[in-house]
Design a protein around this ligand. Structure first.
Ligand SMILES: CC(C)(COP(=O)(O)OP(=O)(O)OC[C@H]1O[C@@H](n2cnc3c(N)ncnc32)[C@H](O)[C@@H]1OP(=O)(O)O)[C@@H](O)C(=O)NCCC(=O)NCCS
Length: 146
């Protein structure tokens, strides 16, 4: 099967399109600031549409914000591009950038799509944190790398 997307490091010129595809970034200044900082720090990767590289389908961030460990704080795929393998492309690309022995990420217990994506790509549960979002624990996942 040909890939839906090609993943590359984000450029500052990508910011507007990333804000446009991310509903939370459109309404929350904190998400916009986070994204701009991640791009500036070289911690953000974007998925281009394989048929038209001017169209961005999603993005992911890899940093060390979890107890100094390699961590994926966010993957977002454009609504209309979901369930076509873009999230998997981004996650695999972030994994390939990661040189640490352990790669962590987290998501809300209610986020079934992300939980399934993580299970499919071999991440396993590594605990949870209560009291961040009400009645929706944050589940921690890890992938132990050889
Ligand atoms: C979670 C998210 C990144 C998945 O992206 P995606 O491009 O749709 O994921 P993929 O197409 O690569 O899906 C891979 C697998 O994940 C699982 N999956 C993804 N979306 C799913 C859904 N809506 N329901 C059930 N399983 C789902 C499936 O196992 C799927 O494999 P399959 O299609 O062969 O069954 C996307 O839904 C998203 O952007 N959500 C909003 C932001 C978010 O919650 N991010 C995660 C927290 S950081």
């Amino acid at each position: 099967m040909t890939s839906t997307s090609n993943v590359r490091p984000a450029l500052s010129s990508d910011l507007d399109m990333l804000l446009e595809l991310d509903a939370i970034a459109r309404r929350e200044p904190r998400r916009r600031e986070f994204l701009a900082q991640a791009i500036a720090a070289g911690q953000c990767w974007v998925a281009e549409d394989a048929r038209d590289s001017s169209v961005l389908l999603g993005y992911g961030v890899l940093d060390d914000s979890f107890f100094g460990q390699a961590f994926i704080p966010l993957i977002v795929v454009r609504d209309l591009a979901r369930r076509r393998g873009v999230g998997s492309d981004i996650l695999r690309a972030l994994e390939s950038q990661c040189t640490a022995a352990k790669l962590f990420t987290s998501t809300n217990a209610s986020n079934e799509p992300m939980r399934r994506l993580l299970a499919k790509l071999g991440f396993m549960g590594s605990g949870h944190v209560e009291n961040l979002d009400e009645d929706d624990p944050e589940l921690i996942f890890v992938k132990l790398r050889s």
